[in-house]
Design a binder for this molecule. Structure first.
Ligand code: MOS
Length: 715
């Protein structure tokens, strides 16, 4: 069954929700109509550290239309503390007078119109007992602790220090990556409505059942009385999910006895949502003269808030990239007066692979070896940390196919040697990777006698083409066309699916939908006719058999992947970049990109191409444009808007060619789907830095790579 289905996958299929999206029929959560809503506007903290002494809200209450203003003085006290993205303690909001970070929610104005609420919020006078904040690395007052890894100790093997000391060739370098913010086009909206003791939440979320469970827990109500609806999500990438805000809008709606709708502003999104934390990293690579690694040491430091231990620990992936007998890794969390960070596309791999893949390029330079050949001599089909086989690994196929298409053989290995008029031209490459995760899931499928099917699953359309993925699987499994399948998702009343994170949802949803369809086929084979309905659950290996039931009970679930005993599962890829650096202005212009990916079974060629390309573009953006600037004295963000927070425009993005390397993986899961949502961004930052080095001879180890950093050292 699975083999037969897999063979039908990978064709280009137009999105079944495409027409709804372009005609405006698709309802995003803040589009959902509610009767007689009250509008909310947030009051956020001016200071980053200290306490609120008092509110003077007389002028605010005098604004016509103001109904109520919530602060810790009237709603704090009785609460269950919110959880951060990692399910652990995080910064609180209205619970007390404590200010953890600039831009923290400290009040919510409720009014008859958005405008009245906004005006009242702007008239609020807040007195603070302010303390000097610690903003980031090197700020006095930050505290640094080794992180507490959950899956056992950080990857370690052999004696990395001794092997490094004895190595013939070495790279010993420090790298850094900046704070970055999501800026999804759809803001962090939430609407809450109570009907007879039951709460409905309209909020963009990547985890329907997680939002339901988290809000129920914080409100101390039965999870059965909470329903989350999010049919479409206007950009998420890790930024939208269970959070500390939603419960306050639910409480506000309870107090005023009407639905409450919040659409926060763009600048508020920088502090009420999560962000990618800034990192510092130390890399030591030791190699023999033939290029084989003898030692890998990778240590990271990540900035988080005061109470949260949040960290992404990308050494779990970098330690597994290349064959190496001696490996040591470590991760430290740096507590500062900042909001708790969170997931952002390939949270661990994007920053940590920048350091590893830059260092690999530096090692190739030291060895006078081609960077592709350096990856080849260190390629392995065995996880170098714990000796498990990779479920499949097509890294060098990706390098070879992309290199051929790109014309890598034309690269001049001497930095600064290639000119085109006033432009210094360089080529660079880097490895992309992403672990293949799976989550627990359930689905209901019905087939009617007229050859139409319907699928129900609490999946997430975050722009990836999830509706179409599910339709393709059901159609393939039942012998229909995708257009004959109606898919209902984005509602926590539907059978649960794990968070749309870690690139697991395509595989997790496909496996359970295929399983339900298999049951239908079996009943047809038994002679059943008419409407046939089936319900299936799927719990991946490594997770408790209660995983689906646990999700339904509001217990946080998890992804399998790194928990597997039998194999290590990753998708792999290779990026190639050609760019020019202007001789005088030091402006960097990317000229060409060729990226190849092998990610197991591809469900929809069209959507996969878009995912890979989108990731690749975000990688260019992370390399050259994006940085949230911090005023270190005030611990406040300076460029909290889309005019100053640089993202690429069409003119920044050249021709991008995506190669999908066919890969059959019978071990990763029954359909061989590895997931493609995140791998595209990984390593692109390093490929750009490596190309800049080839163009100029200047090695930039601190992202983003902007003209000012290239002003030094250029002839
Ligand atoms: Mo992704 S950052 O796991 O939404």
């Amino acid at each position: 069954m699975s083999d037969a289905l897999t063979r039908q996958l990978g064709k280009p299929v137009l999105r079944i929700d495409g027409v709804a999206k372009v005609t405006g029929a698709a309802r995003y959560p803040s589009d959902e109509p509610v009767r007689n809503p009250v509008f909310a506007y947030l009051i956020v903290s001016r200071i980053a550290r200290g306490r609120i002494e008092s509110f003077d809200l007389a002028a605010s209450r005098a604004v016509p239309g103001v109904i109520e203003i919530l602060t810790h003085e009237n709603v704090g006290g009785d609460f269950a503390p919110p959880m951060g993205p990692d399910g652990k303690a995080t910064t609180t909001t209205l619970e007390s007078d404590q200010v953890w970070h600039a831009g923290q929610i400290i009040g919510i104005v409720l009014a008859a119109t958005f405008e009245a609420a906004r005006e009242a919020a702007q008239r609020a006078v807040v007195s603070y007992a302010e303390e000097a904040p610690s903003a980031t690395f090197d700020s006095p007052g930050v505290t640094i602790q080794p992180h507490k890894p959950e899956k056992g100790p950080d990857p370690k093997k052999g004696d990395a220090a001794a092997a490094f000391a004895a190595a013939a060739f070495k790279v010993d370098a420090h790298y850094s990556t900046p704070t970055q913010h999501h800026n999804p086009i759809e803001l962090f909206s939430v609407t809450c409505a109570w009907t007879g003791g039951k709460l409905t939440i309209y909020e963009p979320t990547q985890f329907m059942w997680g939002t339901k469970a988290s809000v129920a827990r914080q409100l101390r109500v039965d999870a059965d009385d909470v329903r989350a609806i999010s049919r479409f999500i206007g950009g998420a990438f890790g930024s939208k999910g269970p959070n500390p805000r939603t419960q306050w809008i639910a409480r506000a709606a309870q107090r005023v006895g009407r639905p409450v709708k919040l659409v926060p502003t763009r600048d508020q999104g920088f502090t009420i949502g999560t962000h990618r934390a800034e990192t510092r990293q130390h890399l030591q690579l030791g190699a023999a003269a033939d290029g084989r690694l003898v030692s890998l040491f990778h240590e990271g430091w990540e900035v988080t808030s005061r109470p949260s231990p949040y960290n992404v620990a990308g050494v779990e992936s970098t330690a597994r990239m290349y064959a190496c007998p001696n490996i040591e890794t470590a991760v430290n969390v740096v507590h500062a007066d900042r909001a708790t960070p969170g997931f952002m596309r390939a949270p661990p791999e994007t920053p940590y692979m920048f350091a590893l893949e830059s260092a690999m390029d530096e090692l190739a330079q030291a060895l006078k070896m081609d960077p592709v050949e350096l990856r080849r001599v260190n390629d392995t089909q065995t996880d170098p940390v714990d000796g498990k086989p990779f479920s499949s690994r097509s890294l060098m196929k990706c390098f070879d196919q992309a290199a051929a298409r790109f014309g890598w053989s034309r690269r001049n290995a001497t930095p600064g040697a290639t000119r085109d008029g006033d432009w210094l031209v360089g080529m660079g490459c880097a490895t992309a990777c992403y672990p293949s995760n799976l989550g627990p899931a359930a689905a209901r499928v019905a087939l009617t006698a007229d050859g139409k099917a319907s699928v129900q699953i609490a999946g997430h359309e975050i722009g990836t083409g999830a509706y179409t993925t599910v339709a393709i699987i059901a159609a393939g499994a039942l012998g229909l066309k995708p257009q004959d399948v109606t898919v209902t998702m984005g509602d926590s009343n539907l059978p649960p699916l794990m968070i749309a994170g870690g690139s697991n949802n395509a595989a997790s949803a496909s496996l359970v939908v295929a399983k339900a369809c298999e049951q239908i086929r079996a009943r047809i084979a038994e002679g059943q006719t008419g409407r046939i309905e089936a319900y299936a659950e799927n719990v991946p290996q490594g997770l408790p058999s209660s995983a689906v039931a646990d999700m339904e009970k509001g217990k946080p679930s998890m992804l399998s992947g790194s928990g597997r005993k039998d194999v290590t599962a990753f998708a792999f890829g290779a990026h190639f970049v050609e760019l020019g650096v202007h001789r005088l202005t030091r402006e960097v212009r990317v000229r060409r990109v060729v990226s190849a990916f092998a990610a197991g079974t591809i469900v929809n060629e069209l959507a996969a191409h878009s995912q890979f390309m989108g990731g690749t573009i975000w990688g260019l953006s992370a390399a050259l444009h994006e940085e949230t600037e911090i005023d270190v004295k005030a611990a406040r963000y300076v460029n909290n808007n889309l005019a100053d927070y640089l993202v690429p425009v069409n003119a920044d993005i050249p021709d991008i060619e995506i190669i999908m390397v066919p890969e059959t993986d019978e071990r990763v899961n029954a359909l061989g789907i590895k997931g493609i949502g995140e791998i595209g961004i990984v390593g692109m930052n390093a490929a750009v830095a490596n190309a800049v080095f080839n163009a100029t001879g200047v090695r930039i180890r601190a992202l983003p790579i902007r003209a000012e950093k290239l002003l030094q050292g250029l002839a």
